[in-house]
Design a protein around this ligand. Structure first.
Ligand SMILES: NC(=O)c1ccc[n+]([C@@H]2O[C@H](COP(=O)([O-])OP(=O)(O)OC[C@H]3O[C@@H](n4cnc5c(N)ncnc54)[C@H](O)[C@@H]3O)[C@@H](O)[C@H]2O)c1
Length: 316
């Protein structure tokens, strides 16, 4: 049986990815044990129902622990999703982001030197782009970043480029664009909006909702990750956008949620936050060509699934 290591298993994307994996893989799932948020504990409870997963409590920023707990196993695939996510928090505690996102990344990549996997896939982000020519493609300018979080992701890409040559290993970086859907992150707009509408709480709308986002459905992300495991790719380091290829006003997401649940939101408009980029909009042509598939979930369909999950699991 082939072995797969997934880091960040109690996170939004890691959790959904593990749930989507076929039964013929031996799954090793890494995350922290302490100080988990309620949403991570919920995902952990759900994953523990899948008895065949091997959970490993590990802080990826500890070089010794990574070697001790993982160095003896040869994984066929490594999917590295553990990171400190979030733009604003990275400016308050850059050191934690440095340790987790850069040192942690190096520690995971070093496993490839010990026992080479077929593929290492890691999470980058749309926030690496520094370009206003839309939609952005993988070759668009990403020469500067506006947050420390985005910088850590750009450094990951640069390290991956070099390590893939030095270790002669296939490494794939995925630039995710605003992922949403069931089991979604509670610090992101889709969850905050829906939860506030349902609980009659105020919604503070940055830039009065005029920012634009390429919202990407989690089902498309897990589909792409699963196809990437199976599909042969060129040797070396490759980078792909994982996006819907469409962009929406944040206010339109809010309108669509209100319409679908039949309730209105209490909106308080405010100025834009300097850390928020005005627009994200990518093209998914490169990944679709490589995998021979379409990333096609529309926001309208995606939010139906999202609301359905929310009503069954959060707002009971
Ligand atoms: N969700 C998005 O829209 C989005 C967009 C762009 C990039 N990304 C990237 O995709 C990846 C997954 O994102 P997500 O939304 O699932 O984030 P998440 O915060 O839900 O999950 C990250 C997981 O990593 C774990 N983690 C953090 N530090 C760790 C450490 N030191 N050791 C072990 N585990 C640790 C956390 O406990 C958490 O469970 C991240 O790398 C993120 O930066 C996500």
């Amino acid at each position: 049986m082939k072995k797969i290591l997934v880091t960040g298993c109690f996170g939004f994307i890691g959790f959904n990815f593990i749930k989507s994996l076929p039964k013929n893989l031996e799954v090793y799932a890494v995350d922290l044990k302490n100080n988990l948020k309620e949403e991570q504990k919920e995902r952990r409870r759900e994953l523990k129902k899948l008895k065949e997963i091997k959970f490993i409590n590990l802080d990826i920023s500890s070089e010794n622990d990574v070697k001790k707990k993982l160095g003896h196993i040869r994984f066929d695939y490594i999917v590295h999703l553990a990171a400190k996510a979030g733009v604003r928090a990275s400016m308050k505690d850059p050191d934690l982001y440095f340790k987790t996102n850069i040192i942690g990344f190096r520690n995971i990549i070093n496993l490839c030197l010990i026992k080479k996997p077929e593929k290492l896939i890691y999470a980058s982000s749309s926030s690496v782009y520094s370009c206003d020519n839309y939609p952005v493609s993988e070759n668009s300018n990403s020469s500067f970043q506006t947050s420390f979080y985005a910088k850590t992701k750009k450094i990951n890409e640069q390290l991956a480029e070099e390590y893939s040559k030095i270790f002669n290993v296939n490494i794939i970086g995925l630039r995710f664009f605003s992922v949403y859907g069931p089991w979604g992150r509670r610090d992101m707009a889709p969850f905050i909006f829906l939860d506030s509408i349902m609980k009659n709480k105020k919604i503070y709308l940055n830039n009065s909702g005029k920012n634009l986002r390429d919202f990407t459905y989690i089902g498309d992300v897990t589909m792409a990750l699963n196809s990437l495991l199976k599909t042969p790719l060129p040797q070396g380091h490759s980078i792909f956008n994982i996006c819907s290829g469409k962009t929406y006003l944040v206010s339109d997401l809010l309108l669509a949620l209100q319409k679908k649940v039949g309730r209105s939101a209490k909106i308080i408009n405010r100025k834009s936050n300097p850390l928020d980029v005005y627009k994200t909009h990518g093209t998914s042509k490169k990944i679709e060509k490589a995998l021979g598939c379409k990333i096609e979930f529309s926001l309208e369909n995606g939010i139906v699934e999202f609301i359905d999950w929310y009503k069954k699991n959060v707002f009971k």
